[in-house]
Design a protein around this ligand. Structure first.
Ligand SMILES: Cc1cc2nc3c(=O)[nH]c(=O)nc-3n(C[C@H](O)[C@H](O)[C@H](O)COP(=O)(O)OP(=O)(O)OC[C@H]3O[C@@H](n4cnc5c(N)ncnc54)[C@H](O)[C@@H]3O)c2cc1C
Ligand SMILES: NC(=O)c1ccc[n+]([C@@H]2O[C@H](COP(=O)([O-])OP(=O)(O)OC[C@H]3O[C@@H](n4cnc5c(N)ncnc54)[C@H](O)[C@@H]3O)[C@@H](O)[C@H]2O)c1
Length: 473
């Protein structure tokens, strides 16, 4: 049995096998650094195990169900559509297992990389103790430590919530039977994606949002269009709803959870069978003993870093969601690029001013990049707004997916695109085209005149940029 006085010396220890860890470990190992990756559960972190991967696999099943129900619109007779929920979940879990295996294999096959399962905790700035699942401990020492421990679901302070069974993170993926009535607290990206997909699987879904709009970071027109789409799918959306408390409910339908709300139209008691809490995340930084290492956090627990991802302790870095800021897999992945460049390459890489695109995988998708209207107004620039309803796009009409709109904000002086929102079929891909134009500083007038194949969604850029108008103040 290993003892805590035995030190394993590494050049680098990465705590948490999240989205940044694998690319960083493989690169460090290839450069000859002896690298340990410590993971308490599964490689791949939130994204592969209960975030992006399973939810996008499930959303794909939900989309097929929704399309199959619309078969008659396309001139087809598909009969009654039945959702085999255990099969949907089995498919999602199989994809998760496949991604996890692939990642584990890439770490196992990497030069100079050792994957160690266990909970890591700092002893001091250069030393970590890893408590392994079998009860043994290992002490790892390294000149460079990378913290990639991600986040977990944050529970809001609602009296009674702690006594109820909650669906989030792993619990949701373990579901075997379709919830008859899913209550979703929180109208952010997690809430939006789950509310729509479970409704499409056949659950009754009630979505409770405390703010006056869904997706509070988005412009009101985008949020309102998302609300309309969910309502069209049959989701009951409650805005400006304050949850006073939660308790065990009873109804003839077998509902066992009750939420007591204060809404703009009066008090409301909502009954449901299952409860998903999607009110944001909190960082996995509280059980690392960061104080022992001299690593500072903000009051919210997120680790403080500079633009080079260096923490307050020399030689210790934080990557991915645990450092706060935009919480997306591609950002965690890009954090690894910044550190690879600075530690193994030319140096000089920074997270300042990088683009932060994202796509919310509702159907249709919301693709976002750059400034929102609110931010454009605050920027003090002269801004134009280009706007196009998807109902005017040939491809969208032909494929029967004409909901939504695309809009772009333009610097009136340079003609450069400052930001865009594409809420429509393949909105994420459409947004990526606008992102490329932003990266290449291509003025909007060139996209207006560009030749795109007909009938693609790309072609809609011609019409989008036909007549941009001054952004209303
Ligand atoms: C439901 C849901 C859907 C999402 N969908 C998307 C999406 O479609 N697109 C997108 O870009 N992003 C999505 N995200 C966000 C995305 O999952 C995260 O931004 C991403 O996983 C962040 O990666 P990370 O590297 O910071 O850490 P994580 O992926 O969170 O991984 C952290 C790892 O550290 C481990 N760990 C923690 N503490 C310790 C410790 N003390 N010792 C050892 N190991 C430890 C954890 O077990 C975990 O494996 C989604 C998130 C959720 C919750
Ligand atoms: N497609 C994607 O890229 C994707 C998908 C899902 C999640 N994510 C990432 O995961 C992060 C977490 O997502 P999230 O949706 O959990 O958090 P979030 O912070 O995006 O949204 C939380 C929502 O809950 C609401 N809320 C908070 N407390 C409430 C209460 N007591 N009652 C009712 N509503 C309440 C907030 O107004 C907000 O709309 C996101 O910020 C995102 O970065 C990304």
């Amino acid at each position: 049995m290993g003892s805590e006085t035995d030190h394993d010396n590494f050049d680098a220890v990465i705590v948490g096998a999240g989205q940044a860890a694998a690319p960083l470990a493989v690169a460090l190992g290839a450069a000859g650094w002896r690298t340990a990756v410590v993971e308490r559960r599964h490689v791949g972190g939130s994204c592969i195990n209960f975030g992006c991967t399973p939810t996008k696999a499930m959303a794909a099943s939900a989309r097929v169900a929704a399309l199959a129900r619309r078969a008659a619109e396309f001139g087809l007779r598909a009969g009654t559509v039945e959702v085999d929920f255990p099969a949907v979940m089995q498919r999602a879990r199989a994809i998760v297992a496949r991604f996890r295996r692939r990642l584990e294999a890439s770490l196992a096959g990497a030069d100079n990389v050792e994957l160690i399962f266990g909970d890591a905790i700092f002893q001091d700035a250069r030393t970590l103790i890893v408590r392994r699942p079998d009860g043994e401990s290992r002490t790892l020492a390294a000149a460079h430590v990378f913290i990639n421990t991600g986040t977990r679901a944050a529970l809001p302070p609602i009296p009674g919530l702690e006594r109820l069974p909650l669906l989030h993170d792993d619990a949701l993926l373990a579901l075997e039977t379709l919830p008859p009535h899913l209550l979703v607290i929180g109208g952010g990206y997690v809430g939006l994606e789950f509310a729509q997909m479970f409704r499409r699987f056949g659950s009754e879904v009630s979505l409770i949002q405390r703010d006056e709009q869904l997706a509070p970071r988005e412009d009101p027109d985008v949020a309102e269009a998302l609300r309309e789409m969910l309502v069209e799918d049959g989701v009951k959306v409650y805005l400006e709803a304050k949850i006073l408390d939660a308790d065990r409910g009873r109804s003839s339908d077998g509902d066992s959870i009750a939420l007591n709300l204060k809404t703009p139209t009066g008090p409301l008691r909502l009954l449901g069978s299952h409860l998903l809490v999607a009110t944001g995340r909190r960082p996995n930084s509280d059980d690392l003993d960061l104080a022992a290492a001299g690593v500072e956090t903000g009051a919210d627990g997120y680790i403080r870093v500079n633009d080079r991802l260096e923490t307050s302790a020399a030689g210790i870095y934080a990557l991915g969601d645990v450092k706060g800021g935009p919480a997306f897999t591609h950002i965690a992945y890009d954090d690894a690029r910044v550190l690879k460049t600075n530690l193994l390459g030319d140096g000089g890489a920074s997270v300042a001013d990088r683009p932060v695109p994202y796509t919310v995988f509702t159907d249709p998708q919301l693709g976002r990049i750059g400034l929102s209207e609110r931010e454009a107004r605050q920027s003090g620039r002269r801004v134009l707004r280009a706007h196009l309803q998807m109902a005017q796009v040939a491809r969208a009409i032909e494929t029967g997916e004409a909901r939504g709109f695309v809009k772009a904000l333009i610097d009136a002086d340079s003609g450069e695109i400052l930001g865009a929102a594409a809420l429509g079929a393949d909105g994420g891909e459409l947004m990526a085209m606008l992102q490329l134009a932003m990266m290449g500083r291509i003025p909007y007038s060139r996209l207006h005149d560009a030749v795109f194949a007909h009938p693609t969604l790309a072609e809609s850029l011609n019409a989008l940029f036909a007549a941009p108008q001054p952004l209303p103040r």
